[in-house]
Design a protein around this ligand. Structure first.
Ligand code: PXL
Length: 279
């Protein structure tokens, strides 16, 4: 069978287990050919560290796309994450236009727990909402959903009707499918809910809630989800594979929560992910 090829556009944080350093190995393990496009090089991620270095690679990205295009390369999918600058959002939109054959999966990656990440402002959030309009599938958490819709962040006490209506408003940004992560209808469970505006179908998958917070779990989830979608899995299977893998990674890291706060031990759980993908 022809190998599926995905490009992934996000930063390279040299230390911290997030963005490209998780997306590339996870999607490779799933059997995809992964083509990384680094938007920036940072010494670490920006959540919990201070004084990180940041080299913007924005000037290099248009030439990479043009070379790939002139070499006749095509891609089955693209997965985007932390982009870093407003200008980069426009560059990524150019990639979408240049390779229209790709399934476009956009994780907004600019906020969590009711707050914007340190490097971003409302203009960046608006820019990402514009990119979501050009995507096929978007993967915001509840904070990013609220910022992009210009609504109040609701952290708890919501029900299924609220999440379903929120998903409909998210697809109203212009994408076919929205997947919202970190959903908790009760204290014991956590999961993801998807809405396909074309079929009108909702899909969800929940596991037990684990009361610990690691950085980078959103990137782990979206990498597994994007890999599964581009491999042609149904949304039900993609959600199950991605949620189960994320929970596995959190559980594998729990014994070392103190020294491993910056990211999860996703490597230990790759064998189970490979088994899940092969079904
Ligand atoms: O995991 C999201 C992420 C990716 N890349 C960088 C980040 C963050 C979140 O803070 O700082 C550089």
């Amino acid at each position: 069978m022809k190998q599926k090829r995905i490009m992934t556009i996000q930063d390279l944080s040299c230390f911290g287990k997030c963005s490209l350093t998780v997306a590339h190995p996870i999607m490779s393990a799933m059997g995809l050919e992964v083509c990384p496009v680094p938007t920036a090089v940072l010494s670490t991620h920006t959540a919990g560290f201070t004084d990180w270095t940041f080299r913007d690679l924005g000037d290099d990205l248009p030439a990479i796309a043009e070379h790939w295009k002139s070499a006749g390369l095509t891609f089955d999918g693209v997965s985007t994450g932390y982009l870093g600058t407003e200008a980069m959002i426009g560059t990524v939109a150019d990639y979408f236009q240049l390779f229209p054959e790709m399934v476009k999966i956009v994780d907004p990656v600019f906020a969590d727990n009711g707050k914007l990440y340190p490097a971003f402002d409302m203009a960046y959030a608006k820019g990402v909402a514009g990119l979501c309009a050009k995507a096929d599938v978007i993967v915001p958490n509840l904070t990013e959903a609220a910022f992009m819709l210009g609504e109040e962040y609701v952290s708890e006490g919501y029900d299924e009707a609220y999440i379903h209506a929120l998903l409909k408003r998210l697809t109203g940004l212009g994408c076919r499918t929205a997947v919202v992560t970190g959903v908790r209808y009760d204290k014991a469970h956590q999961g993801a809910v998807a809405y396909d505006a074309k079929t009108g179908e909702y899909t969800q998958y929940f596991r037990e809630h684990i009361d610990v917070s690691f950085h980078g779990t959103g990137d782990v989830f979206t990498s597994a989800l994007a890999g599964a979608i581009v491999l042609g899995k149904s949304m039900a299977d993609a959600l199950r594979i991605a949620v189960d893998y994320t929970v596995d990674c959190i559980k594998a890291t729990m014994p070392d929560v103190k020294e491993h706060w910056y990211g999860v031990k996703f490597e230990d759980c790759l064998p189970a992910l490979i088994d899940a993908v092969r079904g």
